[in-house]
Design a protein. Structure first.
Ligand code: GLY
Length: 371
């Protein structure tokens, strides 16, 4: 396995070096005609805009190659423009700014990167509903009580802010949210709800929604991955066993589901078998989360999680494009189940590349935790 990991990392580095050299001026979402698009132009606050600088920082830390750093810094200058539209930002400030400015700070000790990451943490903390004991996900009057499972990946920004400043308020909010979601989103069998609407005055459940999955009560696989990895991270930052137990419960369900499809996740584990719709991004996120669980459990348990992470990565590698002349590594990502649409399925999506690279970085013993 070690040889496969090293060879795959080398292919990734060769491809991304070339891509970094020609993409220091955009924040890509997907690929058209072999070239990255630029999601910063239509919408600088789009939730995935931090993943390209994040990937560049991760590769810089993993290789020391300057082209990554130069491009990451240049992309960050564009991303900083999102703060000027802070009324359009939502809970995804974690994805946007923790992995970009936060990673920059962890690697370079830049005081301005630290300032931006802390600013983002304050925006996220401001979304806390003290009566309901949750962080609201989106904006607008119609979804004041909506909470999506994805937010479990944004709260590590709050843990980091407490660790960085010594102020426990951020961590307090993050744990309140994690505890709430444990009750409202994580089902007894390890599957998860994507969206749950809570009463904003009491925090009681009003109803759940299928969201990007097949239907209410189904199991959107990327939502599973956000929960698996998110609770693993809450454990890492707090040491609370209930979070590790939750991560493991979701992981066991996830592993059972993907082992039935050659370790390539379907978009929803509870959708009809036809049409065959897969989402490689879900697998990449889960693989990185499984690596994190593996680090957190005892030696005799570790193999279960590492084995699954490696199986998933090897399966996903079949969908990778290693040509340095084109942008985008991991193909066959999917935005949502949505079978009636011919858009949003089976395409490269930037966070697929990020999490694929992050899992490899961990398997190679990378020194930093970016979340
Ligand atoms: N956080 C939105 C998504 O996973 O598509």
């Amino acid at each position: 396995m070690e040889e496969w990991i090293n060879t795959t990392w080398e292919k990734l580095d060769r491809k991304l070096r070339a891509s970094a050299g020609r993409n220091g001026d955009k924040l890509p979402y997907t690929v058209h005609g072999g070239r990255f698009d630029d999601a910063s132009k239509p919408n600088i606050t789009w939730w995935t805009n931090g993943f390209w600088p994040a990937l560049l920082w991760l590769m810089y830390d993993g290789t020391g190659e300057e082209v990554y750093r130069r491009s990451a810094e240049s992309c960050e200058r564009i991303l900083a423009g999102a703060f000027a539209e802070c009324d359009r930002l939502d809970h995804d400030v974690g994805f946007l700014f923790h992995l970009s400015f936060g990673a920059d700070y962890k690697i370079t000790n830049s005081s301005s990167a630290r300032r931006y990451a802390l600013y983002a943490a304050n925006l996220l903390a401001g979304r806390y509903n003290p009566n309901g004991e949750f962080l609201r996900s989106w904006n607008g009057r119609d979804n004041v009580g909506w909470v999506i499972i994805d937010c479990m990946m944004n709260i590590p920004l709050l843990y980091w802010a407490s660790e960085e400043t010594g102020d426990p308020r951020y961590k307090y909010i993050a744990m309140k949210h994690a505890d709430k979601v444990l009750k409202t989103h994580i089902r007894a069998d390890g599957s998860v709800n994507h969206i749950v609407e809570l009463d904003p005055d009491t925090g009681d459940i009003i109803r759940s929604y299928g969201g990007q999955g097949f239907c209410e009560g189904s199991s959107w696989s990327r939502g599973q991955s956000w929960a698996l990895y998110g609770y693993a991270l809450s454990y890492v930052h707090t040491g609370e066993q209930r979070y590790l137990d939750a991560a493991k419960r979701v992981a066991h369900y996830y592993i059972a589901c993907v082992s039935a499809t050659g370790y390539v996740p379907r978009i929803d584990f509870r959708a009809p078998e036809e049409p065959v719709l897969i989402d490689t991004t879900s697998g990449a996120i889960a693989a990185s989360g499984l690596c994190e669980i593996a680090k957190s459990v005892g030696e005799n348990e570790r193999g279960t999680y590492l084995f699954a992470a490696e199986k998933i990565l090897c399966a996903l590698a079949e969908y990778c494009d290693w040509d340095p002349e084109t942008d985008g590594v991991l193909g066959m990502g999917s935005e949502a189940y949505n079978p009636g649409s011919d858009k949003g399925h089976h395409m490269p999506i930037i966070y697929g590349d990020y999490f694929f690279a992050e899992a490899l970085y961990k398997l190679r013993g990378g020194r930093l935790l970016f979340f």
